[in-house]
Design a protein around this ligand. Sequence first.
Ligand code: SME
Length: 137
Amino acid sequence: FDSAISTEDKLQKICQLLSDEVDYYNWVGFYFKNGDKNELKLGPYVGAATDHTIIPYGKGICGQVAESNQTFVVPDVYAQGNYLACSIETKAEIVIPIFKNGVNIGQIDIDSHTIDPFTEEDIKLLDYVCNRVSEII
Ligand code: SME
């Protein structure tokens, strides 16, 4: 990446690229820890606007990953009790944590309009992306 491009713009481009290249990635966005608060704040994203711009740790898929430090694949969001709906079209979700110096600082969140679309290939791709993102933030 060109260093003249801001981190914000780089993250925005990553969202755009992922959403353009994978047809079942229907909402792609970043959440990051909001300062020293135990909550996530919405960062760059591509897809429908969401009400969930702040998510307390523990709430929803994203909030659970903030606490578990583990990738969370949800093949059917309606089978998940602790879920925050962004769009009625969303059927599945994957959230991958981003670590900086071993600390969970945020995540990539992807919603799909397709039920159960995510495979090991998605996890590999998104792990790679998260590792690269960790290097630029
Ligand atoms: N569904 C998420 C909230 C974020 S939106 O998908 C963009 C959750 O349950 O945490």
